[in-house]
Design a protein around this ligand. Structure first.
Ligand code: EPU
Length: 336
């Protein structure tokens, strides 16, 4: 186990905020974690579990214990004619998992390639891209309860998955730590290419393999999203808002080109990127923070941004979208 005091979190958040944690602990196994949860240091401080730090904004130093899983393993648990079930440690880097699946020709994770972060956090955040959410391929989530140190397994239906939502972010927030995730992968992949320009990107590829779809997804992501090594960022800063169909119909009279996706239940999803662009935010800066030129849903640390710059910029964007369209957009990124 690794325990550090007054530890810089710079390498542990993709926004590149230079803040410190009072304590930082990494654990390599479930038994190490259970032992750790019984220690005074854990019982006496507030806790924050992080993965790759790719979906959070540290607003100040963290006066508690930051926990980071280094549980890294792959284990095939069972196999049917159609599927392979694979347990993966929560500390495995998400895209390493996607790469291993692609190299084995197992389908399901390819559309989620190149998303920053780690396996444990993927199951908390329900990461999604190109028409796929990680919930679609999860069969079980393995956790340890923080207050008791007891192991608890959640079947996928118990995880209450929704768009960027799970029980681990809502009713059970800060109650359980994910130690491993069991995925169900397809031996005979059925590719989902309807979203965006993915089908175009692979149109001339024959035969189409998991590896090829993965390559196309990576190329699209690289063309739209900034690398944290170039500009600190946390991917989409806001969620795409869901509005009532009645509100959408009124707005469409004024903005006939407003892009939208019917989301069922009389709800319509509007791309926040479009709303933000219409409000004139593309490329705008505030202190060291900026709205990314190629994808305004992404806020970047352009030049030594302070947390406050990002926060003020995000708040100003929300306000102007609300003023212009009467739509509330909410951060997807967690403020700590
Ligand atoms: N758009 C604009 N201007 C732009 C860019 C986009 O108006 O400069 C509009 C267009 O109408 C476009 C639409 O936004 O059709 C959607 O854009 P895109 O397909 O790039 O995706 P997104 O809705 O902006 C979501 C996820 C991304 C994920 C992509 C691809 C959320 C909050 N974001 O973005 O996830 O990669 O779809 O599936 O749902 C992340 O969560 O960090 C993330 C990057």
């Amino acid at each position: 186990m690794k325990l550090e005091e007054n530890y810089s979190l710079l390498k542990h958040n993709t926004f590149g905020m230079d803040v410190r944690a009072r304590y930082f602990v990494e654990y390599q196994s479930v038994s190490e974690l259970i032992e750790l949860l019984q220690s005074d240091i854990i019982k006496q401080h507030s806790l924050l579990a992080i993965g790759g730090g790719s979906n959070l904004l540290f607003t100040k130093n963290f006066d508690g214990v930051v926990l980071h899983s280094k549980i890294c393993f792959y284990e095939t648990t069972r196999e049917t004619d159609e599927h392979v079930y694979l347990r993966v440690g929560s500390g495995v880097v998400w895209d390493d998992f996607c790469a291993v699946m692609a190299s084995r020709g197992l389908g399901g994770a390819e559309n989620l390639s190149y998303i920053p972060g780690e396996v444990g956090a993927s199951a908390v955040q329900n990461i999604g891209a190109y028409g796929v959410e990680v919930a679609d391929i999860i069969s079980r989530v393995e956790t340890v309860e923080i207050s008791t140190g007891k192991i608890r397994l959640f079947g996928v239906s118990e995880c209450e998955y929704g768009y960027r939502e799970s029980i681990f972010k809502a009713a059970l927030k800060n109650h359980y730590l994910v130690t491993a995730v069991e995925f169900r992968l397809d031996k005979m992949p059925q590719f989902k290419l309807e979203y965006g320009n993915l089908s175009e990107a692979v149109a001339s590829v024959e035969p189409l393999t998991v590896e090829e779809v993965r390559k196309a997804v990576i190329a699209i992501r690289k063309s739209k999203l900034p690398e944290p090594s170039e500009f600190g960022n946390a991917g989409s800063f806001f969620k795409n808002p869901l509005i009532a169909a009645t509100q959408f119909n009124q707005l469409r009279e004024q903005y006939p080109t407003m892009p939208h996706y019917v989301a069922g239940n009389e709800l319509v999803k509007i791309p926040a990127a479009w709303l933000i662009e219409q409000c004139g935010w593309k490329g705008k800066t505030l202190g060291g923070a900026a709205v990314y030129e190629k994808q305004p849903l992404v806020l970047i640390n352009k030049d030594h941004a302070k947390p406050e710059h990002i926060r003020l910029l995000a708040a100003a964007i929300c306000e102007s979208v609300a003023d212009k369209f009467g739509i509330t957009i909410e951060p997807e990124v967690n403020y700590i």
